[in-house]
Design a protein around this ligand. Sequence first.
Ligand code: PBG
Length: 327
Amino acid sequence: MFPIMRMRRLRGSRVIRGMVRETVLDPMDMIYPVFVDETISSKQGIESMPGQFRLPLSDVVDEVCELIELKIPAVLLFGIPAEKDDLGSSALDDEGIIQRAVKAIKDAVGDKIVVITDVCLCEYTSHGHCGIVDGKKILNDPTLEQIARMALSHAKAGADIVAPSGMMDGMVSAIRNLLDEEGYQDTLIMSYAAKYASSFYAPFREAADSGYAFGDRSSYQMDPGNSDEAIREVELDIMEGADILMVKPAIGYLDVLYRVKTTFGMPTAAYNVSGEYSMVKAAAMNGWIDEKKVMYEMLLSIKRAGADLIITYFAKDIARYLEGLDG
Ligand code: PBG
């Protein structure tokens, strides 16, 4: 068709490029993860995730107010408890760190922000696994009751969305059933439906103090080679009552994200995980890449692949960047 069709005509100026851009990022797409630590009294930097912090309970409301100002609609809370045991009992405590954080946020700002809680035992178990263990085995069914009760206690505290991330079979229906029985039929479930056993989570384990004492997570999280299996995982979670689906990690799994979005057409989130964040930070600190531009391109790629929502440690940075974007 050349020279009749000249693709470059659509790229001639900044304004033209903006007019024909198919994917546009908005702070409204972002969810910001926050680590609330019961054992500290002032905020503490996370070494492997420059720019990210563990917060004491007393800082959580201020943090959330900053998010509201930046027009970020949701926060995803992770708890670091003072007490850990084999069963992760402190996760179920109505006066636990997450339960108190949710109450504080809801008392202060109500519906101005959506509060999502991570529902997984790994930060609360002494062995660091996402379920109850017997020897070296991570048990599925006994774990379900624990995480359902954990989710209920988050819902009681005022959580809008509970997000089970432990990759136990039947976790969504266990949670849905208990929530409904107890009158919390309006609490949403965002399921980490296709969560891979990924080495990109390493910095998170420092952040959330959830390193494991033995083995790894490959008997419950998915094998990175599989994509058909992700579709089956997601399908089951939809049947069990998940409202929002998640693919995790994001960048290495954009094909999975694309399939999930195009196959089911459900609200779909992608988790731009700790390792993806830290790699960008490390390269930028060495002067090897332009941090802001790489951040923008990375998040844009995740949305282009099909994410309606992006859980990212860059949420605040991208919100600020978009305000002054000159692309
Ligand atoms: C806990 C959990 C993990 C992450 C979120 N929830 C770690 C893991 O499964 O080992 C990782 C998040 C990140 O890397 O940013 N189940």
